[in-house]
Design a protein around this ligand. Structure first.
Ligand code: XMP
Length: 554
């Protein structure tokens, strides 16, 4: 194992499988098609926009490399290790990612670099560095002691352009089982740590470097500096990728491609579909019709409030209250997967019916974002996010797909939303599962239970906002437990429901920690819920992290 995954779930030794674990047992009611090739909206500007190509060898941090490069306002694309876009003149540099494999593994991914090295600046990270050293006649061996975590640079050749501004003592993050033990004469060591002599190297006479540590992770203190040295100084990146430039080019592109065609888009209230709608609205105005379905499992007044927000944003939006249909279909259903399927199918039926009322629709727009689409995530042969495809909405409706955000990371989607003038409360919304409160009511669903949960949830979320805690947590909500317990209110014995509060911190929902909210705040929320929500006499706080728990209870 060479690029042992850096994060907790790595213990499973299935770095790619994390994505499967994360998603495939869910049924998102807004089906998304994930491969770039499936979307018909071609953005020719991508061939004009200068870019860094990240060749993905399956590392858990490949996406992180992409995010770091984008944070430098440089456009980049992540492609599988064997799909370099030869002939694309807009590529100004190449980064090779890490990998779960050893260069010696039979299954190790091996890229053909002959047409890349020497023609374009190249930076190999971890496995990427080992692969280039090994294929150039160097030696790679299992490290005497495996190196994970922090290390300090002891010697640095500050004259090398990759190491500009990086001093001895700088902390770097290691995560590898193999190490480079010998390099050809044409390679120079440009920094070392106590245990790793060849921490980064430079291939003389070539614009090619390799680093054993991970500059993309937060704990490599000068990692951004190193990436900037590569992307800006060495590759000559103009750093012209910004939310504003993205909007200008995408709007122009959408106008050209969609012409006078009509487009439908399903709004969920979430950030991605909302930003996609506003962007499309800017491009094609009333030719975009948005459909927002209330399945009855939304938060308190959410349908009304979000619909109002959408109208204020000038969107042409149809709100459909289909809650009665969903309550009827969900009656008596306790199995979480059944609930998801019922809601998924119901959503598609309602959406389809509404969309058919609009004449001459040609396109279905979706808020698919980059992490959903990175084809390379399945390079080890594992299908990811299959749940997003289950609905089959695009197939059923026989529409062409338009996914204007499909090259953006989540934080970029938010930046685009902000630049489009969307209000903060829409942009900063916590993630909310497609099946909504249905998966937060353990057991069967009734309108009365939804009412109880909506009220408790409202108190918790409003409390977070009032105490300036909302933006400090990744996601929060209340779960209605299938238990009743004894309490006493006034002189009366009560036998009522219990709810659990759940608030987590996270960066991507793949791992999460319970949010350490102040006791006083929890006490206030608990009191408010018990005093104001009829039917609840007990409040618990969920202090489980993910893994081993998940964020949602079902
Ligand atoms: P878990 O519970 O696996 O959730 O830790 C991770 C993230 O996914 C959200 N989630 C869903 N989102 N449809 C969705 O669109 C679903 O069925 C679903 N289930 C969980 C969850 O809220 C969290 O943000």
């Amino acid at each position: 194992m060479h690029d042992t995954p850096l994060f907790t779930r790595a213990a499973k030794k299935e770095p790619v499988l994390k994505n499967v674990f994360y998603t495939c047992h869910y049924f998102t009611y807004l089906p998304k098609i994930h491969y770039l090739c499936n979307s018909e909206t071609n953005y020719t500007f991508h061939t004009m926009q200068e870019k860094i190509i990240i060749l993905d060898f399956g590392s858990q941090t490949t996406q992180l490399i992409g995010r770091r490069v984008r944070e430098l306002n440089m456009y980049c694309e992540i492609v599988p290790y064997n799909k370099f876009p030869h002939g694309d003149k807009s590529v100004i540099g190449v980064i090779l990612s890490g990998s779960p494999f050893s260069v010696y593994d039979e299954k190790a991914f091996k890229a053909e670099l002959a047409e890349i090295r020497g023609h374009l600046p190249v930076l190999g990270i971890c496995y990427g560095a080992q692969f280039m050293a090994w294929t150039s006649g160097g030696n790679v061996e299992p490290a005497a002691s495996r190196e994970y975590g922090r290390a300090l640079l002891t010697e640095v050749n500050g004259a090398d352009p990759l190491m500009k501004g990086i001093k001895p003592g700088s902390q770097v993050w290691m995560s590898h089982g193999d190490t480079i033990t010998a390099i050809p004469d044409s390679f120079s060591v440009i920094a070392s740590t106590e245990k790793v002599r060849i921490a980064p190297y430079h291939i003389n006479g070539e614009q090619t470097w390799g680093v054993q540590f991970h500059p993309e992770v937060f704990h490599s203190v000068d990692g951004t500096q190193l990436l900037r040295n590569f992307v800006v100084d060495i590759c000559g990146g103009r750093q012209d990728w910004s939310a504003e430039s993205f909007i200008d080019t995408t709007v122009a592109q959408l106008r050209e491609q969609l012409g006078n065609d009509k487009v439908v888009l399903g709004l969920s209230g979430g950030v991605d579909s909302s930003v996609a709608a506003v962007l499309l609205n800017r491009a094609i105005g009333k030719n975009l019709t948005c459909i927002f379905v209330d399945h009855g499992m939304l938060r308190n007044d959410e349908f009304k409030n979000v619909l109002h927000d959408y109208e204020c944003l000038g969107l042409n939006v149809i709100g459909v209250d289909a809650s009665a249909k969903f309550f009827a279909e969900l009656a008596g259903v306790t199995d979480p997967e059944r609930k998801r399927k019922i809601i998924g199918k119901g959503f598609i039926d309602v959406f389809d019916e509404e969309a058919h009322k609009i004449t001459d629709v040609k396109w279905l727009a979706q808020g698919t974002i980059y992490p959903d689409c990175i084809e390379s995530l399945s390079i080890t042969g594992t299908t990811i996010k299959s749940h997003h495809n289950v609905g089959g909405l695009p197939e059923k409706m026989n529409l062409r797909l338009c996914e204007p955000l499909r090259l953006l990371f989540k934080d970029e989607v938010r930046a685009v939303g902000r630049a489009l003038g969307m209000p903060d409360h829409l942009i900063k919304r916590h993630p909310f599962p497609g099946p909504g409160l249905a998966v937060r009511i353990l057991g069967d669903i009734t309108p009365e239970k939804v009412r109880v949960l909506q009220e408790a949830d409202h108190i918790f979320i409003q409390g977070l906002r009032d105490h300036n805690l909302y933006d400090k947590v990744w996601q929060a909500g209340v779960i209605l437990l299938p238990v009743q317990s004894v309490g006493v209110m006034g002189d009366e014995r009560t036998y009522e429901r219990a709810v659990a509060l759940r608030a987590v911190t996270s960066t991507d929902a793949m791992t999460a920690d319970w949010a350490h909210l102040p006791y006083e705040f929890l006490a206030e929320v608990s009191n408010n819920i018990i005093n104001h929500v009829r039917g609840v006499n007990r409040v618990c706080y969920d202090i489980s992290s993910k893994p081993p728990a998940t964020i949602e209870w079902e």
